[in-house]
Write a protein that binds this ligand. Structure first.
Ligand SMILES: *[C@@H]1O[C@H](CO)[C@@H](O)[C@H](O)[C@H]1NC(C)=O
Ligand SMILES: *[C@@H]1O[C@H](CO)[C@@H](O)[C@H](O)[C@H]1NC(C)=O
Ligand SMILES: *[C@@H]1O[C@H](CO)[C@@H](O)[C@H](O)[C@H]1NC(C)=O
Ligand SMILES: *[C@@H]1O[C@H](CO)[C@@H](O)[C@H](O)[C@H]1NC(C)=O
Length: 448
């Protein structure tokens, strides 16, 4: 969440993150999708989720769905440029077919899990094991907190890497996603935090911070630190129900308000010419693939929705993006469907913004609905909200009534940008072929 890093919230203990952010360049207007599968798809391919049918909620373990094969993944583009590519952590881009999985989509190696979340100790996800070393299930690490395993895997990759070849390491840390689990010593860093949940959540963030410290130490030991570009980004806003916090931004994970979509992000290291500042240009997850390919010396893909921000970031000069689509899923209304666009300073939301629409202060008790109210969704189906994000970044003043001309202009622009949108690929009936009992009780590819 926006308010879950030390450089935005002094109560958070994230010394490594804060130091890297201050020495680097804080990306202060960077957007992702409100949820993880669509966000990861956008990051990996450079295409908005509505171009791939991935705009509605997230991929469930029993859905025969993955990020479309015809869209090239970032690590494949980096392999073309001679990179070694490795991934550690959470995938969540589909796994029903081997061709959907990390080692078939551009990664030389993979250690982690395929679904949205897993128990951090037993590595059980939706009742069955979901833990892999490349393609092999990992059954001997029951009881070991995955953050330690992921970190030492990253250190091993760096140690063994021959630095005459360039390296792309994608560390998709699942922490601080629920379930809230963390070794006691990290929770104990927050004795003044009132609620147990917020203590655990904050402890998870500090464990992540320590992991980042250990990995950067390994880069130093291996003589690679000075040549490394580090990108830090969240994939969506914090979830207040699970004690994540985005204050003072409005909304959270699940919503198209800023709290769900404007993420904490910075870059650090090689290639940056103006550091210790903030980059205030608009950026979206779809820009990362072209941006990192450009940083690696390659050419942008002109067909995708992304633009390379590399030159602008490297010099901290104004960036190329003037508009972005937060999401486009109106046909799923009233089932949490919504659409939103930003053009310049203005943002238009069409439909139900999402599950957690308010401003949530840190470490306070709220009553949350885990399911959206149907009435509330129906009331919003045709509703527009308009905000000036520059003057009102916390979305307090809805201007839709007072500026109907801007509402019209943005809604036409959204229609035009999304005229080639695909319908959501979101089957509601679980595919029985996905059942892990067919695969030795392990969530496994090979059924679509
Ligand atoms: C980021 O943007 C906010 C406004 O949303 C502003 O208050 C802050 O100063 C900016 N810069 C940094 C480094 O956070
Ligand atoms: C993991 O270990 C716990 C505690 O020893 C045990 O209850 C559980 O059944 C084990 N899980 C698996 C998948 O082996
Ligand atoms: C690293 O790779 C280069 C080029 O392939 C090779 O010459 C060198 O011997 C390798 N170094 C090690 C330590 O393997
Ligand atoms: C970081 O390294 C220290 C020292 O080796 C170790 O005790 C700690 O568990 C590591 N933390 C993580 C998150 O890997």
């Amino acid at each position: 969440g926006w308010n879950d890093v030390g450089y935005h919230n002094l109560a958070m203990k994230t010394p490594n993150i804060d130091k890297l952010a201050r020495e680097g360049l804080i990306l202060n207007q960077t957007y992702f999708q409100p949820l993880c599968s669509p966000s990861r798809h956008a990051f990996m391919t450079g295409y908005y989720p509505y171009r791939a049918g991935l705009q509605h909620l997230v991929i469930m373990p029993w859905q025969p769905v993955c990020s479309p094969q015809k869209m090239k993944f970032l690590p494949q583009r980096l392999q073309d440029l001679g990179y070694a590519t490795h991934m550690v952590g959470k995938w969540h881009l589909g796994m029903c077919n081997w061709d959907c999985t990390p080692t078939y989509r551009g990664f030389d190696s993979f250690f982690g899990f395929y679904h949205a979340k897993a128990d951090y100790y037993s590595h059980i996800s939706y009742k069955y094991l979901d833990y892999r070393d490349n393609e092999k299930p990992v059954k001997n690490l029951n009881g070991t907190y995955s953050t330690f395993t992921f970190t030492s895997r990253a250190q091993d990759i760096i140690k063994k890497h021959n630095s005459s070849q360039p390296l792309f390491l994608y560390m998709a840390f699942p922490i601080p996603h629920e379930p809230l689990q963390v070794p006691q010593q990290y929770e104990d860093l927050y004795p003044n935090t009132m609620s147990k949940g917020r203590r655990q959540y904050s402890g998870m963030v500090s464990a992540l911070d320590e992991a980042i410290g250990n990995i950067t130490d390994q880069l130093r030991e291996s003589g690679m630190y000075d040549d490394t570009l580090i990108v830090f980004t969240s994939d969506n806003g914090g979830s207040p129900m699970d004690h994540g916090n985005n204050y003072p931004l409005r909304g959270a994970k699940f919503t198209v308000y800023e709290g769900g979509t404007r993420v904490v992000s910075f870059v650090h290291g090689a290639g940056l010419q103006k550091t210790g500042e903030a980059y205030e240009s608009m950026m979206h997850a779809v820009d990362w693939s072209d941006t990192l390919v450009a940083a690696a010396g390659g050419e942008p893909d002109m067909r995708d929705d992304g633009v390379s921000q590399w030159t602008a970031i490297a010099q901290n000069s104004p960036g190329p993006r003037t508009e972005l689509v937060y999401n486009f899923d109106p046909d799923s209304a009233p089932e949490q469907g919504h659409a939103a666009i930003r053009v310049g300073d203005y943002k238009l939301i069409h439909g139900y913004p999402g599950l957690f629409p308010d401003w949530y202060k840190v470490d306070q008790q709220y009553e949350f609905n885990t399911e959206p109210s149907v009435l509330e969704m129906l009331e919003h189906t045709e509703r527009y909200q308009l905000f000036n994000i520059k003057d009102d970044p916390t979305e307090q003043n809805d201007l839709a009534q007072s500026k109907p001309d801007i509402v019209k202009k943005l809604s036409q622009r959204l229609q035009m940008l999304t005229k080639n949108a695909l319908p959501p690929n979101y089957p509601l009936v679980p595919d029985p072929k996905s059942d892990p009992t067919h695969f030795d009780n392990v969530w496994s590819p090979g059924w679509c």
